[in-house]
Design a protein around this ligand. Structure first.
Ligand SMILES: Cc1cc2nc3c(=O)[nH]c(=O)nc-3n(C[C@H](O)[C@H](O)[C@H](O)COP(=O)(O)OP(=O)(O)OC[C@H]3O[C@@H](n4cnc5c(N)ncnc54)[C@H](O)[C@@H]3O)c2cc1C
Length: 405
C-alpha cells in the first residue's frame, strides 16, 4: 500500500485526499488551520457557489499553454462534478437561474465543507489539523516533510496549499516556495479577482454605495477583455463581479501600462442608442439619463462632460452631446491600485502547467509530487469556475497519487 501526504485541506486538497484513499493508498491530510476549508466557508457570501451551470474555459487566465488548462479543467465533466456533490455527498444543488450559478439547496457553505471532510474521513483519510508543513525534501523512496508537529515521510505528496489570497483562510504561500525549491518554474504570482482602488483625485468616493450593471472593456496584452454585470462604487474604489473579473489587467505583472486602461459603459445603451435618446424633443437630459443609470452617477457624468444640470435635448450642443456619450459608453475608470491579496478571491500565476503531466498532475521535475487547485497557474472568472478547477484538478491529482505503483 502506497503512502500519500496531501498538504492543504482546502477545496482541492479535501477532494484529492478522498480520491487518493479511494485508490487504496494510506492517506494523511495535513492542514494548518483547525478545521480546513476556510475559503469554502466564506465563498459565495457564505452560500458557496459550488459550480457554474456552464463551463467557460476560454475565460480562464493563465501564462501556460491554454490547451493544457482546458484539458485539466474538462477532465472531470461538469455533470459528473455535480453528481459527486448530489450523490456521494448527498448535498442537492440548486441553480440560480439569473446568474447561472449552482449553490447548495440549503444555501449553507458549511454543508459543502463539512460534507467534503466527512466524505474524506469515510474513505479512510487521516486528518492532521493545526499542523503546518514548513519544508519538503526528496528522500529515499519518497519525500521527507518538516511540520510544526515533527517530521513525516511519504512515498507521494500532493501539494494543495493554494496561493496567497485571503491569508486569514490559511494561505501563506509556503506551498509556492516549496514547489520552487523542488525545481518548479513559477509564473510570477499576483492578486486576482480583487477590488480596485479609485484615484482620490476623481472624487468617486462621493458615489460610494451606488450600484448598477455595467460593461467593462480592457486589453490584457493583445487580448481584448470584456466583462459585464454588477458594479459597485465603494469608499475606496470599485468592486462587484464585473470589476473583479477584469481586475487582473491591472494586477498581472509584466503588462504594458497602455494596456491597463479600463473603460466602462454604464448601461445597456451604446453610443448609437444614446444618440437616438438625445434626439427626443425637449426632454431634460438628467431625466433621460436617470431612465438608464442611477441619478447620482448621471449627474456626475453631466458635470464631467460640462453639460449644465438644466440642459434639455433641444439645447444640447454637439460638443456636449459627444462628451456626454463618451462618458456614458467609454468612461476611463480612474484606477490607482488594487485591494491586493487581502481581498483577492484567487491568486494568479503559480506552478507552470507545462511542468506537470496533464492527466495525472504529477510533476515532471520531481516524480511522486502532484499539484492541484489554486497553486497552479490558472484561475477562472467568478461564478463557480474556481471551485470547478479545484475539484477537477484535486480529483485527478488524488486519484493518480493514490493509484498502485
Ligand atoms: C471571499 C472568497 C469567495 C469565493 N467564492 C467563490 C465561489 O463562490 N465559487 C468559486 O468557485 N470560488 C470562490 N472563491 C475561490 C475559491 O475559494 C478558491 O479558488 C479555492 O478555495 C481554491 O482551493 P484550494 O484548495 O486550491 O486553495 P485553498 O482553499 O486556499 O486551500 C489551501 C489550504 O491549504 C492550507 N495550507 C496552506 N499552506 C499550508 C501549509 N504550509 N501547511 C499546511 N496547510 C497549509 C490552508 O490552510 C488552506 O486550508 C472564493 C474565494 C474567496 C477568497
Amino acid at each position: 500500500m502506497s503512502s500519500v501526504l496531501v498538504i492543504g485541506g482546502g477545496a482541492a486538497g479535501l477532494v484529492a485526499s478522498a480520491f487518493a484513499a479511494s485508490g487504496g493508498a494510506e492517506v494523511t491530510l495535513i492542514e494548518r488551520t483547525a478545521d480546513g476549508g476556510r475559503k469554502i466557508l466564506i465563498s459565495g457570501g457564505g452560500r458557496c457557489n459550488v459550480l457554474p451551470s456552464m463551463l467557460a474555459p476560454e475565460r480562464f487566465v493563465t501564462d501556460s499553454p491554454a490547451h493544457l488548462l482546458r484539458g485539466m479543467l474538462r477532465s472531470w465533466p461538469l455533470h459528473e462534478q455535480r453528481a459527486f456533490f448530489e450523490r456521494d455527498l448527498a448535498i442537492p444543488l440548486a441553480l440560480e437561474a439569473e446568474s447561472g450559478k449552482l449553490f447548495p439547496q440549503s444555501n449553507r457553505a458549511k454543508d459543502i465543507r463539512d460534507g467534503l471532510v466527512a466524505f474524506a474521513r469515510r474513505r479512510g483519510v487521516r486528518m492532521l489539523f493545526n499542523t503546518s508543513v514548513i519544508g519538503i525534501q526528496r528522500a529515499a523512496a519518497g519525500f521527507s516533510l518538516q511540520t510544526g508537529g515533527g517530521d513525516l515521510h511519504a512515498e507521494r505528496v500532493v501539494l494543495a496549499t493554494g496561493g496567497l489570497s485571503v491569508p486569514a483562510t490559511g494561505s501563506d504561500g509556503t506551498g509556492l516556495t516549496v514547489a520552487a525549491g523542488l525545481g518548479h518554474r513559477m509564473v510570477p504570482v499576483y492578486p486576482a479577482l480583487t477590488p480596485l482602488l479609485g484615484d482620490p483625485v476623481a472624487g468617486h468616493a462621493a458615489l460610494s454605495g451606488v450600484s448598477l450593471n455595467v460593461r467593462l472593456r480592457a486589453k490584457d496584452g493583445t487580448r481584448a477583455v470584456e466583462t459585464s454585470g454588477g458594479f459597485l462604487f465603494t469608499h475606496r474604489g470599485y468592486s462587484g463581479p464585473s470589476v473583479l473579473d477584469i481586475s487582473h489587467v491591472r494586477t498581472r505583472p509584466g503588462r504594458a501600462e497602455s494596456g491597463r486602461t479600463i473603460r466602462a459603459q454604464w448601461s445597456a445603451l451604446n453610443a448609437a442608442a444614446w444618440e437616438l435618446e438625445f434626439d427626443a424633443p425637449s426632454a431634460l437630459i438628467a431625466t433621460l439619463l436617470a431612465k438608464h443609470l442611477p441619478a447620482r452617477l448621471g449627474e456626475r457624468l453631466m458635470i464631467e462632460a460640462g453639460v449644465p444640470r438644466e440642459r434639455r435635448t433641444s439645447d444640447l450642443r454637439r460638443t456636449e452631446r459627444l462628451a456626454l456619450i463618451d462618458r456614458l459608453t467609454s468612461y476611463i475608470l480612474p484606477v490607482s491600485g488594487d485591494e491586493g491579496y487581502k481581498k483577492a478571491e484567487v491568486t494568479g500565476g503559480g506552478v507552470a502547467l507545462d511542468e506537470v503531466e496533464p492527466r495525472t498532475l504529477e510533476s515532471r521535475r520531481c516524480p511522486g509530487l502532484y499539484f492541484c487547485g489554486e497553486i497552479l497557474d490558472a484561475f477562472g472568472p467568478i461564478g463557480g469556475h474556481n471551485f470547478a478547477w479545484a475539484w477537477a484538478t484535486g480529483r485527478a491529482a488524488g486519484a493518480a497519487a493514490g493509484a498502485s505503483p
